[in-house]
Design a protein around this ligand. Sequence first.
Ligand code: URA
Length: 329
Amino acid sequence: MPRRPRQHGPHADPASDPASALRNAQRGERLQRVLADAGVASRRACEALIEEGHVEVNGELVTTLPAWADPAQDTILVDGRPIRREKPDNHYILLNKPARTLTTVEDEPGADRRTVVDLVDHPAAPRLFPVGRLDFETTGLVLLTNDGDLANRLTHPRYGVPKTYRVKVRGRIDPEAVGELEEGSYLADRKGGQTTGASRTSRVELAVLRWDGPDTWLELTLREGRNRQVRRMLSAVGYPVKKLERVAMGPLRLKGVARGSWRVLAAHEVRALRRSAAQAERGRGAPRSSDRRGPVSPKKGPTGRRAGAGGGCSRDRADSATTRDQRGD
Ligand code: URA
């Protein structure tokens, strides 16, 4: 005869349900959140699954909320099938990258520049790779992992996980340029060293932080990661970048990690990263239909609307410095 799980809920026998541990908020996270993080369904749909009697924790059928569970310790089943667990041999490291460091595992043959992996003295370092890329001179938050699924969710434009940059530009930025940047800029698309067209970047959140003598400090949040995107967008409106630092990726903040240092992420931070990919994916609107443009020819390409303070250039030629065909976010 199939085993019937004990019931945790309004009809549970109090003798066999001694103030169930699942009602203790100290023991982990809300059960619907644990299920949603494991990719079962949205949090709302998981609440319904629980209340309809589809979910068991450590042999108890859970039908009332709130309930808390620890995904690392508890056996959680949905319709009798275990939910996905964090793999114990996955590693997640946050590094504060210094300038003049390659965001790659190994330099090209014959070159011997420092890489982000060289800076991480951790037993798993030989198996880690950086999630996305920062330019050689860019500083700040780099995540290293061996979890390809999470890396893909954090970098693929489909998920649109926000990345925030603190930027110093040459010149005092004017409101027109701010408006242009917020709306999205046209940047060249390149493949195999050739310009194949131009397309508009998605909207950018931008805050002007302060003037610094003749320069300006900005904070920019992007939801995509084209190669050298921040530098190209700012050059296109006439404000070349002097300093660039990534300060956040989704819910992760750089704060508290000194330049060149690193730390291991806590399990709740990894779960928060996964959640942010799921949320960003749900929250994305339909792409603008006018965003893509055909191949750019020198004569017929889109023309720039303004010459910026620093002798700015037109949108179609602004980013001609693009080099590698990579997802550089
Ligand atoms: N945008 C850039 O231009 N460079 C980086 O390193 C990251 C984002």
